[in-house]
Design a protein around this ligand. Sequence first.
Ligand code: SME
Length: 158
Amino acid sequence: MAEDLSISRIGTKEEQYESLIPQIEALLYGETDLIANLANICAALKEQFGWFWVGFYLVKNDELVLGPFQGPVACTRIKKGKGVCGASWQQEQILIVPNVDEFPGHIACASASKSEIVLPLYKANEIIGVLDVDSEYLSHFDEVDELYLKKIISFLNA
Ligand code: SME
């Protein structure tokens, strides 16, 4: 497909995801390189939603290491159980944090970040990394984001 997206910020968040998701699916189709696909997912999400930071951390030698992302520079390594990303990895669950200042151990890569969602990334039932999205607004993420972001990362295993 052409490497440009049709982005419309008109409509509900659900409608925006519904318009973006087939485009992400098409972008990933036939490409098996994980880093290339993670990079394009970040770019597409950033372009559609303009979030403060969107990126992946990948499990390497029992740590999360910064992978493809869009946004300001970020911390490069996160230990299991540390911060929202490390907690999501350790607990093997999606974490939605409405106010990062109230999350014990939150790692503040940027003080502008106020809320966050983190989803584990699976390959063959193993967590191989996490998707982390940060917003400069409080309570920015909800079950709608959870549903659609889960769907987007599921394309990586298609
Ligand atoms: N806030 C994250 C660290 C990564 S940055 O937000 C990009 C955390 O607490 O795990």
